[in-house]
Design a binder for this molecule. Structure first.
Ligand SMILES: Cc1ncc(C[n+]2csc(CCOP(=O)(O)OP(=O)(O)O)c2C)c(N)n1
Length: 591
């Protein structure tokens, strides 16, 4: 049967057809739907949201050691977190097939950087596959498990946002009938990496690479497609699609396996074309290799941002290459669209916390989540954001350097706190740091689409489970000042934040209102503005609530524009009412 699937859905199907026992991940765009699809469509596979990518990797590793096939998935930066076990799993090798999906995000549609994870495969010496569409995503994944078991190695499969989220036709196959996992069989020289054993495994790893290189030369993943011999393009992944679209007559060497790279095949291809080009996205990964081989090739220099058919066409136009398909103007929208910067939702419980921090003129070391939007106008109050979990360590560093904590808070979401904030907090306790940590507990991982985590009490497979209690955890760490705060109660928020920052010891505050999107179904009330009372001071607009706007057409005697509330958007959090000086905002009657 043929169906239309996104790359991520196709990968989930590939996981099913491969007979995987355990699938583990931490959410992160553009990888999130892989595990969501597995959990919703293939419930016979054990699937989990792990607290972070390192744990996900280790869970998969354990499954593999016990003889089961394991899949772990993460966004590109997640591989940084999982890199420690990854580099040594490459030494131990595996038992059941082990595949890591790295979902890279060229163009940073939803990421803090656009690192090119192909280098990770080379660095950790694990084979790397790069599909170019949904069908290949599924097929390559199935093959990846076979390579993993044949060569006793973890395998990395790299996709990018375009592959993950675009849809194409996929032929479904049967689920592989595998024996149940054998169970863990003791083999210390393989699985216990003390230096004496690791040295032996390193040698085996180098020998394995030689064999993988031979495989890469002959592998069906590498497709030499000879067309017009004037131009030859070496490419991989989504860049292959752009090349085919723009230069349909050019010969291509489409590399499906990009580590180890096939020298002989590359040379053979180079010898058959007059001019050699390399089309790849982000870093010059293929180019460096081809140049090292002593071949002259021109590279499309695209280190910044995402590649596209347009950019590839532009490049070949400049190169005066014949037969470039002109840019398709009809696909372009020339109409100026209104800018829609990302904003916190109306009623978002994070908003009032940042409004208060701004009012108090505090320095805010921040973290990654919906709340990072507080860096944008009108709130503009987040001062740092580097990677998940960094807010707490950064605040501590500032405090140790300046010996002041009364002007400083660290702000971190609940999912991020579990991911990598806990150890930072332990450091604050251990090394006697003073300061205030605010955990924004909205009971979900909102930014990536509301996934559960250890603090929500529900698993990915929809089962109820023990719920991590942040208050109890902070107390157990030995923190004396621990408070729950209601972010919809501005007065309380201000009093407690004031008290905490002036305490001269470590304080942990935990907000207690869920993400507004978890509550959206019932809408008990909305706010409304009495236009006679509104004085157009625009204090309420400083909240940056998308439900509120000024009305250029309604001005008072002093030319001040009054404010309106869109009842369709308003969620009735009433934060605006608590800051309105003229008492103009009240609960709408009759709702
Ligand atoms: C290492 C890493 N993994 C995953 C992500 C994707 N990501 C960004 S923020 C975030 C969690 C957000 O949840 P939370 O901290 O609860 O804040 P919320 O969005 O709910 O306000 C995730 C999963 C990332 N940026 N980096």
């Amino acid at each position: 049967m043929k169906v239309i699937l996104s790359g991520n859905e196709a990968l989930a199907r590939g996981v099913y057809e491969s007979g995987v026992s355990v699938a583990a991940a931490y959410p992160g765009t553009p990888s999130t739907e892989i595990l969501e699809t597995i959990a919703s469509q293939y419930p016979e596979i054990y699937a989990e949201w792990s607290p972070n990518e390192k744990v996900a990797f280790e869970v998969g590793m354990g499954c593999s050691f016990a003889g089961g096939r394991a899949l772990v998935a993460m966004k590109h930066v997640g591989v940084n977190v999982a890199a420690d076990p990854m580099f040594t799993l490459s030494y131990t090798g595996i038992k059941g097939g082990f595949v890591l999906i790295s979902a890279d995000d060229p163009g940073m549609h939803s990421s803090q950087n656009e690192q090119d994870n192909r280098y990770y495969a080379k660095f950790a010496k694990v084979p790397l596959l790069e599909p170019s569409d949904s069908q290949e995503a599924k097929d390559f994944l199935i093959q990846a498990f076979q390579i993993s078991e044949t060569f006793d190695t973890p395998v990395m499969l790299r996709i990018t946002t375009r592959i993950a989220h675009s849809k194409s036709i996929v032929e479904l196959g049967e689920k592989l009938k595998l024996d149940p996992p054998s169970g863990f069989i003791r083999d210390c020289k393989k699985y216990v990496m003390i230096p004496a054993y690791a040295r032996q495994r390193h040698k085996l790893l180098e020998e394995r690479l030689e064999k993988l290189l031979e495989y890469s030369e002959e592998s069906p993943f590498q497709k030499m497609e000879m067309r017009d011999e004037e131009i030859g393009v070496i490419t991989s992944g989504i860049s292959y699609q752009y090349t085919r679209e723009v230069l349909p007559n050019a010969s291509t060497l489409k590399l499906g396996m990009t580590y180890p790279l096939p020298d002989k095949l590359i040379k053979k291809f180079a010898n058959q074309v007059k001019k050699l080009y390399i089309v790849e996205e982000l870093e010059p990964y293929l180019e460096e290799y081809v140049r090292e081989m002593g071949l002259a090739a021109k590279w499309i220099d695209q280190k910044l941002g995402e590649l596209s058919s347009d950019l590839v066409a532009e490049f070949f136009h400049k190169e005066n290459v014949k037969g470039v398909i002109p840019l398709n103007k009809t696909n372009r929208i020339d109409m100026p669209l209104p800018a829609r910067p990302p904003v916190m939702c109306p009623g978002c419980p994070h908003r009032s916390v940042f409004y208060t921090l701004k009012k108090k003129k505090l320095t805010v070391t921040g973290d990654i989540g919906c709340y990072t939007l507080s860096v944008l106008p009108p709130l503009e109050i987040m001062d740092t954001c580097v990677c998940m979990g960094a807010s707490i360590g950064s605040a501590m560093g500032v405090e140790k350097a300046t010996k002041r904590s009364d002007n400083l808070v660290a702000v971190i979401g609940d999912s991020t706190f579990v991911h990598s904030g806990i150890t930072g907090l332990i450091d604050m306790v251990y090394n006697k740091s003073k300061g205030t940590v605010i955990i924004l507990d909205n009971e979900t991982t909102a930014m990536t689409g509301r996934q559960d985590h250890p603090g929500t009490g529900v698993t990915l497979m929809g089962e109820e489970t023990k719920r991590l209690n942040f208050i109890d955890l902070a107390k157990a760490l030995g923190i004396e000042y621990v408070r729950t705060i209601d972010p919809y109660n501005l007065k309380e928020l201000e009093t407690v934040i004031d008290e905490a920052v002036n305490l001269d010891k470590l304080a942990v505050l935990v907000t207690n209102q869920p993400c507004i999107l978890l509550r959206r179904v019932s809408k008990p009330k909305t706010a409304e503005i009495d236009q006679d009372l509104c004085i157009g001071c625009h204090l309420c607009l400083r909240l940056g609530c998308p439900a509120m706007s000024s009305m250029p057409e309604k001005q008072d005697a002093k030319d001040r524009q009054k404010v309106q509330i869109d009842p369709m958007l308003c969620s009735g959090c009433m934060i605006c009412a608590s800051i309105c000086r003229s008492g103009a905002i009240t609960e709408a009657s009759g709702k």
